[in-house]
Design a binder for this molecule. Structure first.
Ligand SMILES: [Zn+2]
Ligand SMILES: [Zn+2]
Length: 321
């Protein structure tokens, strides 16, 4: 190496240093104007939000974006519902759910072309104000995997939440799935279904609300020790595949005393070497949006996590906490 090369390298390193400093200064400058600054949040992002494309929400997409900007969110990811097995795809009906139509419409999946087109329009309209990612929440069961594979291949997704909302096409919130089973049976069957799904299906980013079955357990909390083996297998498989878990802050509005998934599960994920974590409010209306994200970040820091993730084109981006 001759002298000029040496100079070039030193100069390059200095620029990197300067860019580091610059980034830090800019971060401090921008977060000062938002609530997030006080909590030291590096990235204020909500990675689980529903709009009028989901059967259980009538939150207009553009209104959600305006609300998010107003709250100082720097990034959102739309994760509207697809639940093959129990919901149909739209054919000729409206593109979205309007409150006055609710009672007369069946439960439908996202109307994909309209959803994709509106996200693109919104991205252009709000460019520079907020980062908008295109995701979906796949409520996958083993027997519906081929339908999700087809859907995944049809759109340029940034992020997929893999959730388990039904097993055997039976819902949890109605107790349809739990009825006629012991507490042990429905708890273990729930995790067995997820494990089988993720052994076969890999086109996802993180596991959504991994212990959601506890939310609808009328028999009271089921000891974690009795399902720990299955949960550990799920987490090991996810880590091996480079996948993460979501912390779903709706636990606060459901009045649960724990995180979703539970602190035991989050710690187990950490202890097994997992590092990919997203945080989402599971907002279905304005008052849910961005809720408890900053508190969750603080708790993750206390648990020893050093970053949270956002996603672009299915690739995780780590943000230091
Ligand atoms: Zn869900
Ligand atoms: Zn959701």
């Amino acid at each position: 190496m001759h002298c000029e090369d040496g100079f070039a390298i030193v100069y390059f390193l200095l620029i990197l240093r300067m860019r580091d400093c610059y980034t830090i200064i800019i971060s401090c400058g921008s977060v000062f104007q938002t609530e997030a600054r006080e909590e030291g949040i590096y990235m204020y992002a909500d990675y689980h939000v529903h709009t009028y494309y989901s059967d259980d929400s009538d939150y207009p997409m553009e209104q959600l974006i305006r609300d998010a900007i107003g709250m100082g969110l720097s990034e959102i990811c739309f994760t509207d519902h697809v639940d093959y097995g129990i919901k149909q795809d739209w054919i000729d009906q409206s593109d979205v759910y309007h409150p006055e139509e609710k009672a007369t419409l069946p439960m439908m999946n996202v109307k994909y072309p309209a959803y994709h087109a509106e996200i693109n329009r919104m991205r252009n309209k709000y460019a520079g104000k907020i980062v908008i990612r295109e995701g979906m929440e796949f409520g996958i069961q083993v027997h519906t995997i081929p339908q999700y594979q087809k859907l995944f291949d049809s759109y340029p997704f940034d992020f997929i939440l893999l959730s388990c909302h039904q097993v055997e096409d039976k819902e949890f919130w109605t107790q349809d799935f739990q009825n006629n089973k012991t507490q042990r049976e429905y708890n273990r069957k729930y995790y067995e279904e997820i494990l089988e799904v993720i052994r076969k299906y890999k086109e996802y980013s993180v596991l959504g609300h991994l212990d959601m079955i506890t939310r609808y357990d009328m028999a009271g909390s089921y000891p974690f020790e009795n399902v720990k083996d299955l949960v550990a297998e799920i987490l090991k498989q996810a880590i091996k595949d480079g996948k993460g878990i979501e912390i779903n802050t709706s636990s606060h509005r459901y009045g649960l005393n724990d995180l979703t998934p539970s602190r035991q599960i989050v710690r187990l994920y950490r202890d097994l070497g997992g590092t990919v974590i997203t945080i989402g409010s599971d907002a279905h209306k304005q008052e849910h949006l961005g809720a408890y994200i900053k508190e969750t970040v603080e708790e993750l820091k206390r648990m020893g996590f050093s970053s949270i993730c956002t996603f672009e084109k299915m690739k995780p981006i780590f943000h230091r906490l």
